[in-house]
Design a protein around this ligand. Sequence first.
Ligand code: C5P
Length: 216
Amino acid sequence: MSGPTPLIIAIDGPAASGKSTVAKRVAAELGCVFVNSGGMYRAFTWWVLQKGIVAEDTPSVLDLLAATDFACGEENGVGTITIGETRMTSSEMASTEVNANVSVIASIPEVRERLVAEQRRYAERNGVVMEGRDIGSVVFPGTPFKFYIDASPEVREQRRRSEGITDSIAKRDRIDSSRKASPLVIPKDALVVDSSDLSADEVVETVMASIRSRLV
Ligand code: C5P
């Protein structure tokens, strides 16, 4: 006999739209695992750069991908990723170099295939709240719980500046939206929340109200 189907909440959106903050809090409220899929693309990008490989050198990136073991786990309700012996931390994953190269690495279909398989594994055992660019459209198209968190380009640039992070958001968005493999799109049945003029509390409440109304 199989158990109840784990809850899957997909939260997509462009860079710095506030989706991580919201996804983390929604996961805590629902008792689900929070998975930042962007962190997985960032982790592999860090590894590529660490090996002295240029992100545009696709053959070398693919050789490294084939030789890389990813261990994706969970600690205190948050997804973790270990590559080789290295447990990735946010300081490595959010570096200026990673910000500048991650969209190029994430546009390689083979890289996506490998990481999407890891992302789907999370939902085999636990309820998950996963945030990214293609979670509702490609990773879990069957979930009825799809959200797209947006904000104006000005608000998003300002959020990054206030975090003291150097990030070419506009360039990443352009690459992420125009790539052939799983581009950033609004899933057709997603609830779109524009967070430009909303507090994090208000966005969380909007998302939670939508989920609750369908759980009862
Ligand atoms: O969410 P975050 O901004 O950390 O994601 C970093 C990058 O990883 C994105 O700009 C995008 O290139 C890639 N990404 C992706 N698909 C996802 C999540 C992130 O291509 N599901």
